[in-house]
Design a binder for this molecule. Structure first.
Ligand code: PLP
Length: 556
């Protein structure tokens, strides 16, 4: 009610306006504490009124009137602001009377008061001296075009039932075979997985509806977490929307939770781990890729009782090499550290039940935290971390990247659960066996044709090129002439000079397909990068030293 308003301007405004449209006065509230208080009161009352209309509250008593509180006298409002107050003669202004002098700014006749012009939200014309964001972005893009690292995505629609066949839609429709997918075992189209996804969509719909805390937690989440924990021989697991998020959020959060934590990070680590470690602002020591001796040297420099975390991958995504897991883990334990092992390219692929290199090498117990993805061999999307229940609960409770995002939907969870069940079964073991056979066949076929295969013990077969234009040209040739999709990998995924083609055959690539591909690649290299071919075949290509890992690390 107007009576409660001690501010002369507010008391001259229709109280209905203040109550029904208090936000129209917000502009003044920013500068005048009296107006601000009243508007806040009016807005709060509005909310309370609409939600609790039965409750009759007494308004708080008005603050005592004093000259100090008049926004005009205190100079907080400009004369032009008085226009909207609609005050008539100065005699009506209590503050004016108290001050003993007329307040001209308050004396504006209602008729004179011009309506306040609406402030334009965007400038009408762009003044020439404003920062030109677009030009800056264009310049940065041009840098990428100049060094041939500008990325153009292919439009490839995979054909589920005839995996690994697909259609390429970049310049008209073309039938192709995919040779570079991380759907390593073809689980994205497995009939059991598809059925589970369709059934989940029918039963629960396709979205999760919220964060885990707000209506986004289901029995599928908890069941999948329990299954993943069991797979890795750990007490608990926590799902994230991707393993990028899992790595980044977990490492960052541990850095915040453990005072004085020192990160020892492998030089070949994925960008997600690098980013989590970097943003934690903890001390970090980078040791050369998979170098146990150098890690030992670094650990020796740290007090035994200080907290430390050693982070590395088992299967490296770009070199295809596999870390000395047992040694790295036992060294970490010996020095009182926590091991954080990224098994992204290994889950589903190695070990009797497919739990990764940790299972294959009998190291699960020595690995403190394991991160994995649902997006590669498991054929869905999402990521997770598994480990000690208390540590996982702490990450669950503090990690922003877990808490404040919509949870994985039921379709994905059901698909991942179905896929996991297959991968843990005899069928999964057979798939892995066939997969390894396909990898070996392709590697040998490439080497025997003198192609520059980078030696690696895993399922990832990199072909060294060393020039982004040559890599791109070979990739284009293979796509358009041979219908084979092999992605060129350029900076910043690998260092400049280490550009390559990365092959990842699946159990569904047949022997004739593999032989044909090797022939076609040999032709492409002869045509486009003859200097890269080895005349002496398998022996010398295998002896060719791989590029240094230091150079392969994403420049981040
Ligand atoms: N860790 C490694 C080693 C990766 O190569 C990748 C990505 O491909 C990730 C983590 C991120 O996994 P996701 O694709 O689930 O985000």
């Amino acid at each position: 009610p107007a009576a409660m308003l001690s501010c002369p301007f507010l008391s001259h405004l229709p109280s209905g306006l203040i109550q029904s449209r208090p936000w129209s006065l917000l502009r003044f509230a920013q500068r005048c504490p009296v107006i601000g208080k009243h508007i806040q009161r009016a807005m709060t009352a509005g909310v309370e009124e609409s939600t609790q209309s039965q409750r009759h509250q007494q308004p708080p008593p008005p603050p005592p009137m004093s000259e100090k509180k008049c926004p005009f006298l205190s100079g907080r409002l400009a004369a032009s602001d008085a226009a909207v107050c609609g005050l008539s003669p100065p005699s009506e202004c209590p503050y004016s009377r108290m001050a003993g002098r007329p307040l001209t700014v308050c004396c504006m006749d209602e008729q004179q008061a011009a309506p306040m012009p609406a402030e334009p939200l965007v400038p009408q014309a762009e003044p020439p001296n404003l920062y030109n964001y677009k030009a800056r972005c264009e310049a940065q893009l041009q840098r990428k075009r100049d060094d041939h690292s500008y990325r153009v995505f292919r439009k490839v629609n995979r054909r589920g039932p005839s995996f690994p066949l697909a259609e390429e839609h970049t310049g008209g429709r073309k039938d192709i075979t995919v040779w570079c997918s991380n759907d390593y075992l073809g689980m994205s189209w497995h009939p059991v997985v598809q059925e589970a996804v369709i059934e989940a969509a029918r039963q629960h719909g396709v979205g999760s509806g919220g964060t885990r805390n707000i209506s986004g937690n289901t029995i599928h989440h908890e069941a999948l977490e329990a299954e993943l924990a069991d797979w890795h021989g750990k007490e608990a697991a926590l799902l994230f929307t991707s393993c990028y998020v899992a790595n980044e959020a977990t490492l960052y959060t541990l850095g915040q939770l453990v005072p004085g934590l020192v990160f020892l990070s492998d030089a070949g680590n994925h960008a997600s781990m690098i980013h989590g470690i970097r943003t934690s602002n903890c001390r970090k020591i980078i040791f050369p890729h998979n170098n146990v001796a150098r890690l030992r040297q670094e650990l020796l420099k740290l007090p035994l009782d200080s907290p430390k975390l050693v982070a590395f991958e088992t299967v490296h995504s770009m070199t295809g090499d596999i870390s000395p897991l047992a040694e790295l883990c036992s060294l970490t334990r010996q020095f009182g550290g926590l091991s954080y092992v990224d098994e992204v390219h290994a889950v589903g692929m190695y070990g009797a039940a497919g739990a990764g290199v940790g299972e294959r090498d009998g190291c699960l117990a020595g690995m403190d935290l394991i991160s994995g993805t649902l997006g590669k061999a498991i054929g869905n999307i999402g990521g997770y971390v598994a480990g000690d229940a208390t540590v996982i609960d702490a990450v669950r409770s503090y990690a922003s990247g877990f808490i404040f995002t919509t949870s994985l939907p039921p379709t994905v969870l059901a698909g991942a659960r179905a896929s996991l069940a297959v991968l843990r079964s005899v069928e999964g073991a057979e798939l892995r066996q066939r997969h390894q056979a396909a990898v070996q066949l392709l590697r040998e076929a490439l080497l025997s044709r003198g192609l520059p295969v980078i030696p690696a013990p895993s399922h990832i077969i990199p072909l060294h090129v060393g020039d982004p234009r040559v890599a791109q040209a070979i990739s284009e040739h293979m796509m358009h002439r041979c219908g084979a999709y092999i992605q060129a990998i350029n900076y910043p995924t690998v260092a400049r000079g280490d550009e390559r083609l990365r092959l990842a055959p699946t159990p569904h690539h047949t022997e004739p397909m593999i032989v044909r591909l090797a022939d076609q690649l040999a032709d492409a290299f002869r045509l486009i990068g003859p200097h890269l071919l080895r005349s002496d075949g398998l022996e010398s290509a295998a002896a060719d030293p791989p590029p240094s890992l230091q150079q392969l690390v994403v420049a981040a």
